[in-house]
Design a protein around this ligand. Structure first.
Ligand code: 0RQ
Length: 497
């Protein structure tokens, strides 16, 4: 071993108040586990001595409880970016304790390389192996770790023996050249390799190696319900229609799908529909259903930035590791989410909205316009650049008290210009080629819940015919949100004439 082994406590003590820390990992996996926990204990000790200790956290995306919960509970985080999906972190962000910068996942790596967010004092990354030359073989995710390792002043490596050598060869580490003389990313097919299997680190920066032996804690998804199944089936039926009329090439197109139960339902329905050919995925997150469909030969190849798998699916992957290494690639999120790649490969992107308005604007991040849920993640990277950009959402939330289809979204993440298809359990709204008035009719008719249709038609009627391109009533646009905030039920909305 080229580097010395140290304890998590020794590693934590090399981090100082006010430091910016780059944490490896993506979509809750491949994150360091021992050092963040030790850092939380260290912060609490300093606080009990009346000393200040807070750090800034820059990550690839969601990190999971070992990082976000531990450090937030210790009141040790001043700043956080980008995507998170952790309850404690979300509460601290909404309480104003943590300053949160929400940015597209394709951009954060480049922003860090060019110093947009200041220096990275310490990078903490998880390795599954360290080569004789001292290069780092990452573990279950890539995220922005190669960039963090490149730019950080100090690097702490957690060597996770739970994955020992099993993942070697599955990574494809490529960082784009510097502008303005950048060449194209040399990936022309989903399975092309562009880079190396490990990350080179300047040995002088390595503080030490902390041994761990712990898997990521990914829970199995909740079973499909009626609503998520119908959304999945609607997406599959729509894509089959497009395929049969020749709008999608015979070999099909690579698919991106978000995370969570709806994404699982969509993949399940696509996998089950044998009229569609087996397909490839060019996506951010490789979740359980992808492994299931690979075992059934419905997915040919997958490239992503993380193996967000529960233990049984990771076992399945490891049991078939020789075959899986031919069919799975893990890349930096800057490449999986790169607009150039998404456009060139003609990705079909399926992401989830919290709410959508009748014109097709989508809110993926803010409850009632102000409370942060998770963050924009990669949804807009894909939505803007995809061949077909699909957003899904149940037509209602909170047992029907909220309509997910509203006159005007309370926050915009993906605009009407980027959202081509909207799908709820009620049906599919194909927005391509339609004016705002036509889109509004199409969405109300096909996507809104019957409890809210009349209300939405009323809004449209009172907004139309006033010499405008987009029938919007400034006075009434947020009335449904206001009704929910004041009465707890959007069905109590009263529009002003
Ligand atoms: O709240 O848990 O308290 O009941 O919002 O909603 O239905 O559990 O949805 O887990 O699929 O997440 C958009 C957040 C959806 C996610 C979002 C309430 C609802 C519930 C969550 P409760 P569900 P999901 C790939 C691409 C952005 C990033 C992205 C996301 C909670 O998909 O973060 O796409 N997307 N990345 O009750 C108020 C509404 C609501 C509402 C739902 N209209 N108003 N509350 N809820 N609709 C992955 C990465 O980027 C890594």
């Amino acid at each position: 071993m080229k580097y010395s082994f140290i304890s998590a406590e020794e590693a934590a003590a090399s981090i100082h108040n006010g430091n910016t820390i780059g944490i490896g990992g993506f979509s809750s996996v491949g994150t360091p586990k021992a050092v963040p926990a030790a850092l939380a204990v260290y912060a609490e000790k300093l606080h009990s001595e009346g000393k200040e200790f807070k750090v800034g956290l820059i990550t690839g995306g969601a990190t999971g409880s070992q990082v976000d919960s531990a450090l937030v509970q210790a009141h040790a985080v001043a700043f956080r970016t980008p995507f998170q999906s952790n309850k404690e972190m979300r509460n601290a962000i909404n309480a104003g304790e943590v300053q949160y910068y929400d940015v597209h996942l394709s951009q954060i790596g480049q922003d860090v390389r060019y110093g947009f967010l200041g220096d990275i004092d310490v990078a903490i990354v998880e390795a599954s192996d360290i080569t004789e030359e001292g290069d780092i073989v990452l573990s279950t995710s890539v995220g922005i770790s190669p960039t963090l390792i490149q730019v950080a002043h100090k690097v702490i490596i957690e060597l996770n023996e739970a994955h020992a050598s099993k993942l070697t060869g599955m990574h494809d580490i490529y960082i784009p050249d510097a502008p303005p003389y950048r060449r194209e990313i040399p990936i022309y097919r989903v399975n092309d390799r562009a880079g190396s299997i490990s990350v080179r680190v300047n040995p002088e920066k390595v503080v030490g190696v902390v041994r761990t032996n712990e898997r990521d804690r990914i829970a199995a998804f909740t079973p499909l319900n009626d609503t998520t199944s119908r959304i999945g089936q609607n997406v599959a039926d729509f894509l089959l229609g497009e395929y049969q009329r020749g709008a999608i090439p015979r070999e099909f197109l690579p698919l991106q799908s978000g995370v969570g139960n709806i994404a699982n339902a969509v993949l399940g329905a696509l996998g089950a529909d044998k009229k569609l050919p087996a397909f490839s995925m060019y996506t951010e997150v490789i979740q359980n259903s992808v492994i299931d469909l690979m075992m059934q030969e419905r997915i040919r190849f997958v490239a992503g930035s993380s193996l967000t798998l529960s233990d049984d699916r990771l076992d399945m992957l490891y049991d078939n590791i020789d075959v899986m290494k031919e069919r799975v690639l893990l890349r930096p999120q800057e490449i999986t989410n790169h607009p150039e790649m998404i456009r060139r490969l003609g990705i079909i992107a399926v992401n989830t909205a919290l709410e959508a308005d009748i014109f097709g604007n989508v809110n993926s991040t803010h409850v009632l316009g102000s409370k942060m849920m998770n963050g924009i993640g990669g949804s807009a990277d894909f939505a803007r650049n995809a061949y077909l950009s699909i957003f899904t959402t149940p037509s209602t939330a909170k047992d029907g008290l909220i309509s997910s289809i509203v006159p005007h979204v309370s926050h915009v993440d993906s605009t009407e210009h980027d959202v081509r298809i909207l799908v709820t359990e009620q049906g599919v709204a194909d927005l391509r080629g339609k004016s705002p008035s036509q889109r509004a009719r199409c969405i109300i008719e096909n996507c809104a819940h019957p409890d809210y249709k009349e209300l939405l038609w009323d809004y449209l009627k009172l907004s139309e015919g006033k010499g405008c391109h987009t029938p919007m009533s400034l006075r009434n646009a947020l009335k449904m949100h206001i009704a929910f905030a004041e009465t707890g039920d959007m069905r109590n909305t009263k529009f002003e004439m």
